[in-house]
Design a protein around this ligand. Structure first.
Ligand code: OSB
Ligand code: MG
Length: 368
């Protein structure tokens, strides 16, 4: 297979409601899309980088530069025997997993289409539906928090994740538990705490949280291991796990009991699969995280979450969780029991609404 050319675009898309985490508020999302011209067809991919370097050092702008300056020149016009070949050509570029991942995932979807298989089957998936939960941002008041949880539960979501930060944690979780003693509940701190906060975080233990996601900074595997010895709530790592090597070291240290895999964060499907396997061998469950994706990235997440060790509900959500109109057809919808159906068409499995994408595009360039 040969990638003949790639169009890079940035869209501007308004979220249905602002999304607040411990690292900031997002009102608009600027998804970077790639359109690979391959085998005479278009294959779309989505980069999950944010507008600014808050979740990680990558941004829409750095992804654009790395794609145009390094990754695309390395692969365009070459005969690529498979994903291994792509990974080998990307290897000299350190980090920048989000930039790499959008190409790796689009290329993998093209391989799936070529093999006449749905992406999920091509990856070795074993499910036709994936269980999904929903992520709820930091709210101005406890009443608003309880209201938004009520709305999501009414929609059918069966696992609630709430964002926390110092000043919005124990009391917020306590209020949720008083109202909903039995829901499956978890919290995500996006690195807002330090090891010195261990005694404070131990106060969350009495709320029977499914897990506490990424309490400490990304590089702190050793501190996460120390924290895990001081709290009963299982720690899940998100930002800390950028590669299979990170996953192996995290498990060796006892830094977590669960891993959130976002293919965009780790460089794509192949590395996600390696992390999945390391976790499976260690008896550690994984689940698929989200990055406020459009339907293109969402389709990739859904496909990945069909692998056997994705044993906990993901942050996959339906298209209407974030978007008035998704850029794919059909959009992803929530089914009874809080599940999303896995597309059965070959390749990515959804059509891209190019007319809508054109209207939302704020920047584009062809690279040959
Ligand atoms: O930490 O999981 C996270 C969104 C943007 C950046 C980081 C995170 C999130 C979410 C939302 O929690 C996940 C989603 O629904 O896409
Ligand atoms: Mg997270």
């Amino acid at each position: 297979m040969k990638i003949d050319a790639v169009e890079i675009r940035v869209l501007k898309m308004r979220l249905l409601a602002p999304f607040r985490t411990s690292f900031g508020v997002q009102q608009d999302r600027y998804p970077l899309l790639v359109r690979l011209e391959i085998d005479g067809r278009s294959q779309w991919g989505e980069c999950v980088a944010g507008e600014g370097p808050w979740y990680s050092y990558e941004t829409v702008e750095t992804a654009w530069q790395i794609l145009k300056g390094y990754l695309l020149p390395a692969v365009i016009g070459r005969e690529l025997s498979g994903v291994d070949a792509l990974e080998t050509l990307f290897a000299p570029v350190r980090g920048h997993h989000m930039a790499k991942a959008c190409l790796e995932m689009a290329f993998t979807a093209a391989l799936a289409e070529h093999a006449r298989k749905p992406l999920a089957k091509f990856l070795g998936g074993v499910r036709d539906r994936v269980e999904t939960g929903v992520s709820i941002g930091i709210q101005a008041t406890t009443d608003e928090l309880l209201e938004s949880i009520a709305a999501r539960l009414a929609e059918g979501y069966r696992r609630i994740k709430v964002k926390i930060e110092p000043g919005w944690d124990v009391q917020a979780i306590e209020a949720i538990r008083e109202r909903y003693p039995e829901i499956t509940l978890m919290a995500d701190a996006n690195s807002a705490y330090e090891l010195d906060d261990a005694a404070h975080l131990a106060q969350l233990d009495r709320f029977r949280l499914l897990m506490l996601e990424q309490p400490l900074p990304a590089g702190d595997l050793v501190d996460h291991a120390a924290l895990q010895r001081q709290i009963r709530t299982p720690i899940c790592l998100d930002e800390s796990i950028e590669s299979a090597r990170d996953a192996r070291q995290a498990l060796q240290l006892g830094a977590c009991q669960v891993i959130n895999i976002k293919p965009g964060r780790v460089g794509g499907f192949a590395e996600s699969r390696r992390i999945h396997d390391i976790a499976a061998n260690g008896g550690v469950p994984v689940w698929c995280g989200g990055m406020l994706e459009t339907g293109i990235g969402r389709a990739c997440n859904v496909a990945l979450a069909t692998l056997p060790n994705f044993r906990l509900p993901g942050d996959i959500s339906a298209s209407d969780r974030y978007w008035a109109q998704d850029i794919v057809e059909p959009p992803f919808v929530l089914h009874k029991g809080g599940t999303i159906a896995v597309p059965t068409r070959w390749g990515l499995g959804v059509r891209v609404n190019v007319e809508l994408v054109d209207r939302l595009t704020v920047r584009r360039e062809m690279v040959r």
